[in-house]
Design a protein around this ligand. Sequence first.
Ligand code: UT7
Length: 331
Amino acid sequence: MQTLGSFMIYTRIVGSGSFLPTTVVSNNSLAKDLLSRGIHTSDDWIVQRTGIKQRYLAKDDINTSYMAVESAKMALTDSGINASDIDLIIVATSTPDCIFPSTACIVQSKLNANRAAAFDLQAACSGFVYALSTAESFICSKKAKNVLIIGSEKFSRILDWNDRSTCVLFGDGAGAFVLTASYDCGILSSCISSDGSISDILSVSGHFEKGEIKGSPFVKMDGQSVFKNAVKVLEESARAVCNKACVDISNVNWFIPHQANIRIIKMLGRRLNVSDDKFIITVDKHANTSAASIPLAFNVARLDGRIKNGDLVLIQGVGGGFTWGSSLVRI
Ligand code: UT7
C-alpha cells in the first residue's frame, strides 16, 4: 500500500490460476517403488511426520515453463486482463528450464505478453511471497500497472530418489496471480526477510564449472533445523505484518502458509492462537511444491468458494536461503 496525494494505491489480486501434472503418486505407490531399490519408507511415516498423502510429478516432457504458462493462462482468463496489457512477469522458481534465458522470458514469449519486462526470482520456497512483495513495489511506485507473478517448480528434477529423508516430501506444479493497481483494496502490508548465515540447513549446492557439475545437484536438508526456524519466523512475520496494518490476527479470515508440513502449520496455529479451520491446507494432496505451494493453495480455496471478495488473507512463505516473508491481503 502507498499513499499518492490523497489516494491509496493497493496491489490487488484480480486473477489466480494453477497447474498440476497428470501423474498422481500416492505414498504407498512411492514406498513400493523405493522398496524395489532397497529404500524403506511407508505411508504411515510420511502421513504422521508430514501430513503428505500424495504428490503430482511431471513427466520428462513437462518442464517448469510449460507449467508456468498453463497456470498463467488460467490466471489471465480469471482476471479478464489481456497478456498484451501485462507490464511485468516475475517467475519464482528454483528449477528454471535453463540458466538463461530466464523462465520468465520463455513464459513472456509463449503468452505473447509483448510489452512485459520479465525476470526470474530465486528465493527457494519463499519465492512466491518475494515475487508478491516485489510486484507490490513496482505497482505502488507506478513502474507497472499489471503484473503477472508465477511460482513454478519441477522439483522432482532436483530430488535424490535414494534419499528417503527428502524425496518423499516434494511435488511438482505451478500457480499464478494477476495483480493490478487498485484504489479499493489489496495488499495491506508485507515483509520479506533472509538469514544467509544458516543457508546450509537447506540447499542445492551444485553449479556448472568448466563443463562439469560441481557440488550436489540434489536437495540437502537438515529437516529439524528447518522445521524449528520455519515455525519461529512464520510466527514473527505473521505478527509483524498484522501489526503494521493495525489488524488483529483474530480478524484474519484465511491463513495460507507455505505447504511443507502439516505439523509446522498446526504449531503455527497454536502459537498464533488461530483455529485449524482457518488454515488452507493442500500439503496432503500436493506435497511441498516449493515456490508453487502458495498460489496452488490459494487457487484451491478461491475455486471452492472459501476465499471470497472482502476476506483478509495472510500469505506466508519460508524456505532455503534461509528466507521468509508474509503479505496481508484484502481480497
Ligand atoms: O520447503 C522448505 C521447508 N521445508 C520444511 O519445512 C521441512 C521441515 N522439516 C520437516 O518437515 C521434518 O523435519 C521432516 C519431515 C523432514 C522429518 O521429520 P522429523 O520428525 O524431523 O524426522 P527425523 O528427521 O528426526 O527422522 C526421524 C527418523 C529417523 O530415523 P532414526 O534415526 O530415528 O532411526 C530417520 O532416519 O525417521 C527416519 N526417516 C524416515 N523413515 C521412514 C527419515 N525419512 C524417512 C522416511 N521414511 N521417508
